[in-house]
Design a protein around this ligand. Structure first.
Ligand code: HEM
Length: 413
C-alpha cells in the first residue's frame, strides 16, 4: 500500500518533482512532443486496470495479489515518469502530461477497480485538499468496516458484564453488610468481564455456522442466499475470533498476576492467623487443589489454541496453507478451543452451581452466564455431527440436493 500512495502522490503532485532523481534502464529518450509518450502511458494504465479487475474477480476477498500487482504497476509507471523527466523537452510538456495522468487516474475510479487504487488516490487527494477544501470531505468512507460489528458487540457485552458484576460483587456487600470492597474493581471485576466477553465472542464465531446449517436445512439447497445480517456476521468471524483472543490473553495476564496483589497477601496472612487460632495444622483441601490445577491448565491450553487460530488468520500464513489445512485448523481446532474454554469455566465453577450464596439478589453468577452460549453452540455442533444430519448437510453443500430438487421439478413438468 505504501508504494501505491507514494507513487500516486508523486505523479499527481507534478512530474517535475522526480526530475532530480532521474536514471532508468529503458528510457524513451526522444519524444516528438509528448503525445506518443502519453499514449504509451495510457495503454499501460488501461492494461493495468484490466489486470486489476481480473485479479479482483478471481480473488474476491483477498487484497494481497491486488496490492502486489498495484505495486508492480506503480513501479513501471514510476520508471516512465523518471524517464520523462530526463528528457529536456519534458519540462515543456509536463503540465499536459500531468493533466493526462490525472484524467487517467480518474478513469481508474470506474466500477471493478480495486479499493487499493481508489483509496490511494483518495489519500493523495485528501493530502492535496488539506490546503484547498475542508478536510472532512472524505469522512463518509468507513475505516475497518469488518470490525464494526465485533467491536460494538464486545463493547456492549463488556459494559453489560461490568455493570452486572459491579452490582453483585461491589454494591451488594456495600448495601447488605456495609463492606467496602471497591478495591476489587481494577483487577477482580475486570477479570470477570474479560473471560466472559472472550468466551462469548468465541461462541459467536461458531454460532453463524450453526445458523447457516439451519438455513440450508430449511431451504434444502446451498444456492439460496442467507439473510443479509447472517452474511455480515459470517464475514466478520475472523474479527470476532481475534477479539476473543485479545480478551482471553488479557484475562490470562490478569489471572496470573493475582498472587502479586497486596490485597491477596494481606488475605493470606489473615487466613494463616485464623488457622493458627483454630489450631489447624494443615490447610490443604484436596478437591480445591485439583480444581485449580485442572482449570488453570485447561485455560492455558485453550489460550494456546486461540493463539494458533490467530496466527493462521494472518494473510501470509493463511496463504501458505491449503484450503483443507486452513479449514481444519479454523474449524476443528476452533471448536476444540471453545470446548476447552467451556470446561475451564465449568471446572472453575465446580460445585458452586448449587451453592445458593452465589445467587446474590436472585441473579446467577457470571460463570453461568459465560457458559450458556458456548454450551448451546457445542450442543448444536454435536447434533449436526449425527450421521443423519451430517449426510444431509454434506449433500446440500456439495450441491447434490439442489440438483435432485431440480431433477424432481423437471420430471414433474
Ligand atoms: C493462560 C490462560 C488462562 C488462565 C491462567 C486462566 C485463569 C483463570 C482464573 C484464575 C479464573 C478465575 C477468575 C476469578 O477468580 O474470578 C478463570 C475464570 C474463567 N476463565 Fe480463565 N484462564 C485462562 C484462559 C481462559 C480463556 C482462554 C478463556 C476463554 C476464552 C477463559 C475463560 C474463563 C471463564 C469464562 C472464567 C469464569 C469467569 C467467572 O465468571 O468468574 N479463561 N480463569
Amino acid at each position: 500500500m505504501v508504494p501505491t500512495q507514494w507513487w500516486v502522490s508523486t505523479s499527481l503532485s507534478g512530474l517535475d518533482e522526480s526530475a532530480a532523481v532521474g536514471g532508468s534502464t529503458h528510457p524513451p529518450r526522444h519524444h516528438h512532443g509528448c503525445s506518443a509518450h502519453v499514449q504509451k502511458i495510457l495503454r499501460m494504465l488501461r492494461s493495468a486496470a484490466c489486470e486489476q479487475s481480473k485479479q479482483v474477480h478471481a480473488r474476491a476477498h483477498s487484497s494481497k495479489p491486488v496490492a502486489k500487482t498495484s505495486s508492480n504497476y506503480i513501479q513501471n509507471l514510476n520508471h516512465w515518469s523518471k524517464n520523462m523527466d530526463q528528457d529536456e523537452n519534458q519540462k515543456r510538456n509536463s503540465e499536459i502530461t500531468q493533466e493526462v495522468f490525472g484524467k487517467a487516474i480518474m478513469d481508474l475510479q470506474g466500477p471493478g477497480i480495486p479499493e487499493e487504487i481508489m483509496f490511494s488516490h483518495r489519500h493523495q487527494r485528501t493530502h492535496k485538499d488539506e490546503f484547498e477544501s475542508p478536510p472532512n470531505k472524505y469522512c463518509e468512507y468507513d475505516i475497518f468496516p469488518k470490525w464494526h460489528l465485533p467491536v460494538k458487540t464486545a463493547l456492549i457485552l463488556s459494559l453489560f458484564i461490568f455493570t452486572y458484576t459491579f452490582l453483585r460483587d461491589i454494591i451488594h456487600p456495600f448495601v447488605t453488610a456495609q463492606e467496602n470492597v471497591f478495591y476489587k474493581i481494577p483487577i477482580l471485576v475486570i477479570n470477570k468481564v474479560l473471560p466472559v466477553v472472550s468466551i462469548t465472542l468465541l461462541a459467536l464465531v461458531y454460532l453463524p455456522g450453526i445458523l447457516a446449517a439451519g438455513f440450508q436445512f430449511h431451504y434444502g439447497t446451498k444456492y439460496k442466499r442467507f439473510p443479509q445480517w447472517l452474511d455480515r456476521w459470517m464475514l466478520s468471524r475472523k474479527q470476532f475470533g481475534l477479539l476473543s483472543f485479545f480478551f482471553g490473553s488479557m484475562h490470562a495476564c490478569y489471572s496470573l498476576c493475582y498472587p502479586l496483589r497486596r490485597s491477596y497477601r494481606y488475605k493470606l496472612l489473615n487466613w494463616a492467623y485464623q488457622q493458627v487460632q483454630k489450631k489447624k495444622e494443615n490447610a490443604w483441601i484436596e478437591h480445591d487443589v485439583w480444581r485449580m490445577e485442572i482449570y488453570v491448565s485447561l485455560g492455558i491450553l485453550a489460550l494456546a489454541l486461540l493463539a494458533l487460530l490467530a496466527v493462521t488468520s494472518i494473510p501470509s500464513v493463511n496463504y501458505s496453507l491449503t484450503w483443507r489445512e486452513f479449514h481444519y485448523i479454523q474449524s476443528k481446532m476452533g471448536y476444540l478451543a471453545l470446548l476447552l474454554c467451556t470446561i475451564h469455566a465449568l471446572v472453575f465453577a465446580w460445585d458452586k452451581w448449587i451453592d445458593l450464596h452465589q445467587y446474590l439478589w436472585y441473579t446467577p453468577p457470571t460463570f453461568i452466564i459465560a457458559v450458556i452460549l458456548p454450551i448451546i453452540v457445542l450442543t448444536c455442533k454435536v447434533i449436526l455431527l449425527f450421521p443423519c444430519f451430517r449426510k444431509r448437510l454434506q449433500k446440500i453443500r456439495s450441491g447434490c440436493a439442489a440438483v435432485t430438487n431440480e431433477t424432481q421439478i423437471t420430471s414433474k413438468l
